[in-house]
Design a protein around this ligand. Structure first.
Ligand code: PAF
Length: 278
């Protein structure tokens, strides 16, 4: 496995792969890798000739300076995990390499998709994601790119981005990988104290509660009940039942044949998100 820190080296490698008519599978990450990321690499390996992963903690998608500062950075173990998973190339650029300009000017419009949930709670977040993903796609020129469904709204935004750009990249979404007790794997889980780690499982539990009670109560009642349960230990940002395609909230089960419950909540200053297809 090779590690490139420079765009020029990555471009040279990609040119060579393209000249050999090989396909490229791409796994963009912010590092602090866990089994969920490794599943993406393993799947990319099955579906493409060459696998490129990127590790870049993208400052412009953080709307909270403290969150950016505390975001775990574990390059040595990330590198080992990627190598063991059969990754071919790691792109590990500096902030200056990704953003040489003083001011980033790209601005994307994802309409209603970005007005809810993460988009509403974290202003500018999805623009930052779109800017970096577009730049990475332009560099890596993948045939397929792999993302986890844990960031459910991000996946929808990236599908919309690719459509807007008329980009040929095929977006593959893979199921969330969970710990034994149900907690969705997340880089932020590393920051949980022992007590918080025990409490964290409640996030997936309330989503399961919603799933089990689907059709017994109206969506809004279940959202309220789930928030009430979660609020014992968490500071709840939102629990929302949405249509999985439009991401718009539903007030009646008849409004969607693909309902998904999404949640974001804080344990201390650690913000966790999760979702469940109902
Ligand atoms: O999901 C992530 O880790 C990031 O949002 C991504 C897609 C790598 C963009 O920085």
């Amino acid at each position: 496995m090779q590690v490139f820190e420079r765009k020029a080296d990555l471009t040279q490698f990609v040119d060579q792969i393209k000249a050999e008519s090989k396909s490229i599978g791409f796994v963009p990450t912010m590092g602090a890798l866990h089994a969920g990321h490794i599943l993406l690499v393993t799947e990319a390996k099955k579906q493409a000739d060459v696998v490129v992963a990127s590790i870049f903690v993208n400052p412009i998608q953080f709307n909270n300076a403290e969150d950016l500062k505390k975001y775990p950075r574990t390059f040595d173990s990330d590198r080992k995990m990627l190598e063991e998973a059969g990754c071919d190339i790691v792109f590990f650029p500096s902030v200056e390499e990704m953003y040489p300009e003083e001011e980033i000017e790209e601005s994307y419009d994802f309409g209603a998709l970005e007005k809810v949930m993460e988009g509403a709670a974290r202003p500018g977040h999805f623009n930052g994601v779109a800017v970096v993903v577009k730049r990475l796609f332009d560099l890596v020129r993948p045939d397929k790119a792999f993302f986890g469904k844990k960031d459910f709204q991000q996946l929808a935004i990236i599908r919309a981005l690719v459509k807007q750009m008329a980009s040929p990249v095929k977006i593959i979404g893979l199921d969330t990988v969970r710990e034994k007790d149900g907690l969705a794997m997340s880089s932020r889980n590393r920051r949980l104290s022992e007590v918080q780690r025990e409490q964290a499982v409640e996030l997936s539990q309330v989503l399961n509660f919603i799933k089990q009670n689907k059709n017994k109560s109206r969506p809004e009642e279940l959202e309220k009940e789930a928030s009430r349960k979660l609020a014992h230990n968490f500071k709840v940002e939102y629990i929302q039942i949405v249509d999985g395609n439009s991401l718009q909230p539903i007030s009646d089960w008849s409004q969607s044949d693909y309902p998904v419950a999404c949640a974001a909540a804080f344990l201390g200053d650690i913000r966790l998100i999760d979702n469940l297809e109902l």
